[in-house]
Design a protein around this ligand. Structure first.
Ligand SMILES: [Zn+2]
Ligand SMILES: [Zn+2]
Length: 309
């Protein structure tokens, strides 16, 4: 029994020794931190001048590579303040330059869309052929660009398509949802988010590529590499894509008809079904659009139309 007691005593001593050691190390570390904080150049936050006198008031070191300035816990709370005074200026300048880039690419794209729709006269919407097209830029301000494509009648004009161009931003999804909640009667919407590789986040690209709605086509356009992102399973959107992609030739209504037609005995014949498949619409809807376009002669009873020469 004496031997067992001895061992226990040894163990207790060892535990006590380790505990003492830990306490010593802890107080040494505290002392070191105290030393750091008491050094004159580290005492005050370079951003707000607040005194940093303990570990609790320390936010972190300036994020600029190789800079050792300590920023206080209050300032550390904001993104731009995770830098000392000197490097914060660099950071803000970079942020502003990035903002300017996004603005420039968006303005260029707005100009492209305005000119293209006017020059080539977009002449169809999912509701059908627009015999006489008139385009008008309603708002040319950055973040507010709005263009309308009208169907012109003798005494009036009816809006058929609304085109909005926006800079790619974190709120893209909310902007589209807000638009869907306030549709314009009888008007098809096209929304393009323009940006560069830096501003077109994966989130926006995924949103555009998975977007599905019968009243709205959504595009994300990378003005840096010309990449157009949209949901290819949405047939109307896929057909519209060429209008909003500078590298592609715009597709007018007559070309849509041609794409769906077949050559038969010297004329071009379109079946209701082929046209419906081409646009992803019902056969009844296809029949209505083909009939109302007045560009075709209907072959009664055959569900086909022949293009007028
Ligand atoms: Zn501070
Ligand atoms: Zn710094």
């Amino acid at each position: 029994m004496g031997r067992e007691k001895e061992i226990r005593k040894d163990l207790e001593d060892e535990i006590k020794r380790l505990e003492d050691e830990a306490r010593t190390k802890e107080s040494e570390a505290d002392e070191k931190l105290d030393q750091i904080f008491s050094k004159k150049k580290m005492e005050f936050c370079p951003r707000c001048g607040r005194k940093i006198s303990s570990r609790l008031e320390w936010g972190g070191r300036c994020l600029h590579d190789g800079c050792n300035e300590i920023v206080c816990i209050e300032c550390w709370g904001s993104e731009e303040k995770k830098f000392c005074g000197k490097h914060a200026k660099d950071y803000v300048r970079k942020e502003e330059a990035a903002e300017d880039d996004i603005k420039n690419v968006t303005l260029n794209y707005m100009e492209f869309v305005g000119e293209r729709l006017k020059k080539f006269a977009l002449d169809w919407s999912p509701d059908g052929f627009i015999r006489k097209t008139k385009t008008k830029v309603m708002n040319k301000r950055y973040r507010q660009f709005e263009m309308l494509v009208y169907e012109k009648h003798r005494l009036s004009k009816k809006p058929r398509i609304r085109v909005l161009v926006r800079p790619a931003s974190a709120t893209a999804e909310d902007e589209v949802n807000a638009l869907l909640e306030n549709p314009m009667e009888g008007v098809y919407d096209v929304v393009v988010f323009a940006g560069n590789a830096a501003s077109l986040s994966q989130k926006i690209l995924r949103f555009a590529e998975g977007f599905s709605n019968k009243r709205l086509s959504l595009f994300a356009f990378n003005t840096e590499n010309g990449g157009t992102h949209f949901n290819p399973r949405e047939k109307i959107t896929a057909k519209y894509a060429c209008w909003f992609d500078p590298a592609k030739a715009p597709l007018r209504f007559s070309e849509l008809l041609k794409a769906a037609s077949e050559s038969e005995a010297g004329s071009r014949v379109i079946s209701m079904k082929d046209f419906a498949d081409e646009l992803g619409i019902s056969k009844d809807e296809a029949a209505r659009i083909l009939r109302e376009s007045k560009l075709l002669d209907e072959v009664k009873g055959a569900e086909t139309f022949i293009m007028k020469e």
